[in-house]
Design a protein around this ligand. Sequence first.
Ligand SMILES: [Cu+2]
Length: 449
Amino acid sequence: MAKLFVLLVIILGVIALAQLMRVYELSSKLTEKKENEISNRDNRLNAKLMLGFMLFMFIGFIWLMLEYGWTGRGPAASVHGEQTDWLLNLNFVIVILVFFLTNALLFVFAWKYVKKPGVPAFFYPHNNKLEMVWTVIPAIVLAVIIILGLQSWNEVTDEAEDKAIRVELFSYQFDWKARYAGEDNKLAKYDYKLTDEGANPLALMTTETIDKAIELMTTGPNGIEDMETKLNDPKLVFSEKMRTEMEERLARKEQLIRLLHQMKARNTGKWDERAMDDFIADTLFLCKGENYELTFRSKDVIHSAYIPHLRTQMNTVPGAITRFKVTPSMTTQEMREIKNDENFNFILMCNKICGGAHYNMNMMVMVLDKPEYDKWFKGEWQEIDGKKRLMKRGKIHEETFAHTYYKEDPTKTYPEMQAEKAAAEAEAEGEEMEGEDNAEGQEAEEPEA
Ligand SMILES: [Cu+2]
């Protein structure tokens, strides 16, 4: 309703303006003045309005800056963030100076050189010196900005030193997982073909996970054997379309299983140990003052890992690994004191529109000081923000590479949760554990997704 009203006012305004123009034209005719002739009074008024507009714009700009601050970024909480902030401020200083200079020239000239009766326009077609000035100076300034920018970009995306802590951020629609390299500080190898939503969501490679993937694809529900049986069963009738689809799926699986067998043949088991001490968390814990090498992986589409307070942003790309080095310079607690907000938390957000629940794709980032971080890394239960969190993967890799703790109930590990769920299901159905097998098999059905 309100919108309609605004629209009506605008339309009426336009009509009123058109009518005024008409009145003006008619009155010009009466006074026998030509319509295109502009009086000196009008010219002088326009010149003054130009100057007035410039002052209005400049004063408004300065007022906005004083009222709302430079940029609204707040303090940076990482070492490189302080540098990039400096660089950004330098850019702002240049941009603002140029803004004032060019606009002042534009409007002051329009005011100063207003048409005066009897004074012809001065013909001034070219000036080499001026051309030089406004070509060379911007070129030098741009070169400085770009060189400084490239330097800091190369710095943050370069390979980290050996002792930097390795953390992988795994993105998928619509959440994040952080994988820590564990005591050896070496991230295990992975391969998308080993993806098992329940037991191996991050597709880590070990002798066991390769065997399991082969087994699932061969004899599991909807595995190769299962599909062949169905296709060859004379009692089952499929439509032409359905049969073609099934055959295509079977062909894809046969191709994948060949690749899995090749993987098995090449596997010497040297990745097993690396994988066993990797652990997965759904909060990103960082230690103040430590260097981190964050690597990024995507399971499905392009996401972007954005940690605004750490001034970190990097796309995560399916099939490629991206990287960002970061050294937190402030703990969560310190930032809470600065912001005077007990509930403040650093956050990792997806900054690439990646689907329906994109808006909700975030992860908490907790920066601790060294003693606290060590406690977490070694693994203990701890109260954080009134929630009990498993500060350690514990013995996570007994059977799986599943989450170190379970999101919906952080007091339980993922395998514990699964076992409980299976037991409850078995009790309800009066069957023994059969449900769990089925659920697992179905989820592992499409490892290429
Ligand atoms: Cu996303």
